[in-house]
Design a binder for this molecule. Sequence first.
Ligand code: GDP
Length: 191
Amino acid sequence: MNSEFVVSSSGRDSWPESELPEVVVVGRSNVGKSSFINAFTGKKRLAYVGNTPGKTRLLNFFAIDGDWMLVDVPGYGYAKMSKSQLMQLGQMMDDYFQNRENIKAVVQLVDSRHDPTADDIDMIGFFKEMHIPVVIVATKIDKVPKTKRPAHLKAIAKKIQIPVKNILPVSSVELTGLREVEQKIRELLEL
Ligand code: GDP
């Protein structure tokens, strides 16, 4: 896979001028989003792992194989942000999700070890309302013993009311499940 960093954007003035379909990667802080993006694209520092949220308050656009755009957006659920920082972030995200016509799908990350959080469920509900197709990726699957994986995935599926076959387990450490996510995205985008 060929991936190229395009731009970091703090708002609509710096959204890239592009016709490419965009796939937005979302998840709560610490779910493993940076690790996933690095593993998925095969680039070490594309998204910086363990970054402080202060440095990840931007939308980061990456062109993939010249035919679609991966968009890394700030993780949610991080408590240590001031009200005005949260408001600013909210406005930037709202504007992007409501008005960016390129958005064709969302990759929603959830932690495979735990039930989805209330925030995760809210996010998935929001995308459903917006009629944006959602791919669910269960992160850190290497941390769940093999025999327990089916039960974990089933519990997540039940909680978010999505068929279990639509939940894709990945490990960014063992590099498993990543090509399945790519395949699913390409199917959704009809590429
Ligand atoms: P982000 O805040 O969502 O960007 O999460 P990070 O990618 O920074 O990851 C948070 C923590 O989880 C880090 O300590 C990572 O090393 C760890 N982590 C992320 N993905 C995996 C994974 O697939 N397996 C394991 N075992 N740890 C992971």
